[in-house]
Design a protein around this ligand. Structure first.
Ligand code: SAH
Ligand code: SF4
Length: 382
């Protein structure tokens, strides 16, 4: 098996090239061909010496996970289901907006945290994705979209690690992936436009602040420990006081001067007036600079939970806003293709042949996007 060059950030690729007797600037050239130009065939990398291209062919390849299916929503959201082998499938979602293009990326097949309201959590954990599988979602989506939209300009301006999995439970693969996203020779994304979302892995929040500070979103979902223990089981290990303290520490390194708290609105569970008041008290007493993003719950049958009525969400947002905490309500996008939060590759209990089964479950295609000529060949693993 040869090395997949998507597994390396620029430093990693430089170290790899060194083993081939090549200087760092060759690694930079190679990195630019792969990430900026979307080229995977070494023969097409015209400014690399022929001898190097031949050498690379024997020891390396460039492969993103293979696409199992692609669905486009009426609102322009595109969801890809990728095969990561062993019966596991993961998803990435592109969300176009007027002033930005956001890609929602997965970090694990399944998730071990097991939040009650999340269909990924209900699936259980299968495995961590490699750096190449994380970066491969961006590599594929960016270069597919450029071809699809017939542009040479960058299409994806923002990445959110909000797909399947808990990114901070896959730290060693995550960091080189983030570095590749940020690298000027890679995707050149601003630190403020790359967001890691975590359910509260306190130790790794500290490490991320040191190693690779990017924007941080924390999935809060409850204003007190008993309720959060129930909704986000990780809270039993890292209760709210610890989490708030970690947010404050993170802000010393963060590229933004606030943490975004995500709060999934669950009817009759965490959406009452008293919960909103407790939240205000929580963030005030810990003096955490923050914004709130209220997420309408996307229901799935096994959860036994229901989305809060709009009025209650509005009242909740008003309490927070009136207290001076900037609060937005997330628009749901891609509803018609199940591309919304927590629905990704969902409803799967039996982990065998998951990919094929999900692909079958998801045949309600609203508007299929045709693969453009040449795109398929760039995606298969070799
Ligand atoms: N594991 C990380 C990132 C992936 S989940 C985390 O928990 O932060 C991304 C976001 O989607 C989280 O805020 C999560 O709480 C939310 N989410 C999960 N399931 C959801 C659902 N069914 N409806 C709405 N939001 C959901
Ligand atoms: Fe895992 Fe995040 Fe889902 Fe919780 S919400 S189960 S941490 S993916």
């Amino acid at each position: 098996m040869t090395a997949n060059l998507l597994d390396y950030d620029l430093d990693g690729l430089a170290a790899f090239c060194e083993t081939l007797g090549e200087k760092r600037f060759r690694a930079t050239q190679l990195f630019r061909w792969i990430h900026q130009r979307g080229v995977r065939d070494f023969d097409d990398m015209s400014d690399l010496a022929k001898s190097l291209r031949e050498k690379l062919k024997g020891v390396a390849h460039v492969a993103a996970p293979a696409v199992l299916s692609q669905h486009e929503s009426a609102d322009g959201t595109i969801k890809w289901l990728f095969d990561v082998g062993g019966g596991d499938a993961i998803e990435a979602v592109f969300i176009p907006e007027d002033d930005r293009g956001t890609l929602c990326v997965s970090s694990q097949a399944g998730c071990a945290v097991g939040c009650r309201f999340c269909s990924t959590g209900h699936q259980g954990f299968s495995r961590n994705l490699s750096t190449g599988e994380i970066v491969g979602q961006l590599w594929f989506a960016e270069h597919f979209l450029r071809r699809h939209l017939k542009t040479d300009e960058r299409v994806i301006s923002n990445v959110v690690m909000m797909g399947m999995g808990e990114p901070l439970q896959n730290y060693s693969a995550l960091v080189p992936a983030l570095k590749t996203m940020l690298d000027d020779h890679g995707y050149g994304l601003s630190r403020r436009r790359v967001t890691v979302s975590t359910s509260g892995m306190v130790n790794f929040m500290d490490r991320l602040g040191e190693d690779c500070p990017v924007a941080l979103a924390v999935s809060l979902h409850a204003p007190n420990d008993p309720l959060r223990d129930d909704l986000v089981p990780l809270n039993r290990k890292h209760p709210l006081a610890e989490l708030m303290a970690a947010c404050k520490r993170y802000l010393q390194h963060a590229p933004r001067d606030f943490v975004t708290f995500e709060y999934c609105m669950l009817d009759g569970v965490n959406d009452g007036a008293e919960h909103a008041r407790q939240l205000v008290e929580l963030v005030r007493s810990h003096d955490v600079s923050c914004k709130f993003n209220l997420i309408p719950f996307n229901p799935f049958p096994q959860s036994g939970l229901v989305r809060s009525p709009q009025q209650r969400v509005a009242a909740f947002a008003k309490t927070l806003n009136d207290a001076g905490i900037v609060t937005t309500v997330r628009k749901t996008r891609g509803d018609d293709i199940d591309a919304a939060c927590g629905q990704l590759a969902g409803e799967v209990q039996d982990r065998t042949k998951v990919g094929a089964r999900i692909a079958r479950q998801r045949t309600v295609v609203t508007k299929p996007v045709k693969f453009l000529p040449g795109v398929q060949e760039t995606t298969g693993s070799s």
